[in-house]
Ligand binder design. Structure first.
Ligand SMILES: Cc1ncc(COP(=O)(O)O)c(C=O)c1O
Length: 503
């Protein structure tokens, strides 16, 4: 056997399995210890401490080690776990980043150890069929029929990019296949409509696809970030003859308010003018699992493509994103016949793969972990977990509204709560935006709480820094929320007092 000078082993071999078992013990031990040592959602110390922690593990050495050692891996695992954000901690409410189920985490280990890929039949026959079945089922969730297609992608941003890719190719087909001839020399000005509250990935995608960010027309929104359908209609009706509407991108679950664009009205508009309707349900897909919240997604089935993430509201590790398309014929720009991967005589005999559904060639199997969560939590369970997060947001909003020194922006629609620390008589503050931003940084640095921030217009229309809570942990209790809000208030008062003392 070739010796590497260490006990490195390949995961699938008997000696590798043995090592995997022992490393898994280490990893699980590190997971358990980390929570105890951290004592909060993240280790205290802020950016400097995190930089120092990585430096300490490397000890001045290099990753490509001169003297390889499995012990170093153990140290690395321990430090990684200790310095990771604990997404199961009730005060980790910053990002749309859920804690995965144990089943999906185990699925990741299996998937990584077997390292299947989806670009050739001989790279992963079972994984291929698993993704096909999962895509077909997910397409049916949103209301698409048997002609539907889709693919798993590395994230909502890429799923949005793919939805816009299909819409671009359909809208501009009359003057030649875009993927064959490119966009140069076309006497048209492509237009993509999305709301002013749409995710930034929409404009980026328009840029990447050669439409240009300038092709994006931001439709005004109401005070909760919902697209005004009348405004969208006015814009479409006002297009000059050379302006080609490529897509209307509706957001189902905006990043801040978790609000839903009016899908039925936008579907009517899209149908009337023959425009592609893409729905970014990256976050809002959670509503689909809850019988109470599902009506927020009425009209979803009339879209041409829908993007959604199970690494947000779905308890699956990233990357777990999906784009589904009502009619898979619109995915033909991805067709590829590579002699070394999918020769037609092989394909004719059933040795097919998913090269022609993806932007990627080698592609990991994300379906396994998604299936693991769905199978273990089940439909009712997913609904109950989404409802629990929604209830937490409502509870938090109620407590914020009642608290002195905290100011709620609006009742939550899904599972986000936007608020700000407001000065009270006892805590005069010079710059309220800077103060709110500092409260968030103080909580992060102390390792007490991880909150998000955003900007919302104040009474005079000037955007002000606000804080945001994103509830995705169904296990969080009302007491946990009370403790979190007490920490926020204490940090706010402490900073105000410190600033006053310096004046
Ligand atoms: C509405 C919306 N769409 C798309 C995205 C991008 O998703 P991802 O981070 O998976 O690329 C986000 C991220 O928060 C989002 O809120």
């Amino acid at each position: 056997m070739i010796s590497t000078g260490s006990n490195a082993a390949l995961a699938g071999r008997p000696e590798g399995l043995e090592q995997l078992r022992s490393l898994l013990d280490t990893a699980l031990g590190a997971l358990g210890d980390a929570a105890l040592k951290r004592g909060g959602p993240v280790a205290a110390g802020g950016p400097e401490a995190a930089v120092a922690a990585v430096g300490e593990v490397l000890g001045g050495g290099r990753f490509l080690a001169e003297e390889p050692s499995a012990e170093r891996v153990t140290e690395l695992f321990e430090a990684y776990a200790r310095w990771s954000v604990d997404l199961t901690h009730p005060s980790a409410v910053a990002r749309m980043q859920c804690a995965p189920t144990a089943a999906s985490a185990a699925a990741e280990l299996l998937a990584a150890s077997l390292n299947q890929s989806l670009h050739a039949w001989e790279s992963g026959p079972f994984a291929l069929e698993l993704e096909r079945r999962l895509i077909a089922e997910m397409a049916s969730w949103v209301g698409f029929g048997p002609e539907a297609g889709g693919t798993l992608t590395p994230g909502g941003s890429i799923s949005n990019l793919m939805g816009l890719l299909f819409s671009r190719d359909r809208a501009l087909k009359d003057s030649g296949e875009v993927s064959a001839t490119g966009l140069a020399g076309r006497a048209v000005r492509p237009r993509v409509l999305c709301s002013a509250a749409a995710h930034f990935s929409v404009a980026r995608a328009a840029g990447f696809l050669g439409l240009g960010r300038s092709a994006v027309v931001k439709v005004p929104v109401d005070d909760r970030g919902r697209m005004l359908a009348d405004e969208a209609r006015r814009i479409v009706e006002g297009f000059a003859p050379d302006e080609v509407p490529v897509a209307i991108v509706a957001t189902a679950g905006t990043t801040d308010h978790g609000s839903f664009d009016p899908l039925p009205e936008l579907a009517d508009l899209a149908a009337e003018f023959g425009i592609w309707l893409h729905v970014d349900a990256a976050y809002g897909i959670g509503a689909l699992f809850s019988p109470t919240l599902a009506p927020l997604l009425d009209g979803l089935g009339r879209a041409d493509s829908v993007a959604f993430d199970l690494h947000k509201f779905g308890w699956v590790p990233a990357s777990s994103s999906v784009v589904v398309v009502r009619d898979r014929k619109h995915m033909e720009c991805l067709d590829e016949q590579a002699v070394y991967l999918n020769p037609s005589d092989d394909e004719a005999l059933g040795f097919t793969a998913l090269l022609g559904t993806s932007l990627q060639t080698t592609r990991r199997s994300d379906a396994l972990k998604m299936a693991a969560t769905l199978l273990t939590v089940g439909r009712e369970g997913m609904g109950a977990w989404v409802d629990a997060c929604h209830a937490q947001a409502r509870y938090a909003a109620g407590r914020i509204a009642a608290a002195e020194g905290l100011e709620l922006v609006a009742d939550p629609l899904l599972s986000t709560v936007i608020f700000r620390c407001a000065p009270t008589d006892g805590t005069p503050v010079d710059d309220e935006s800077a103060w709110n931003a500092a409260v968030r940084r103080r909580l992060m640095t102390d390792g007490r709480a991880l909150l998000a921030r955003t900007k919302i217009a104040g009474p005079d229309g000037t955007p002000r820094v606000h804080l945001k809570l994103v509830f995705l942990n169904p296990m969080t209790t009302e007491d946990d929320i009370d403790a979190l809000l007490a920490d926020v208030s204490a940090a706010a008062r402490g900073l105000a007092r410190e600033a006053a003392a310096e004046r």
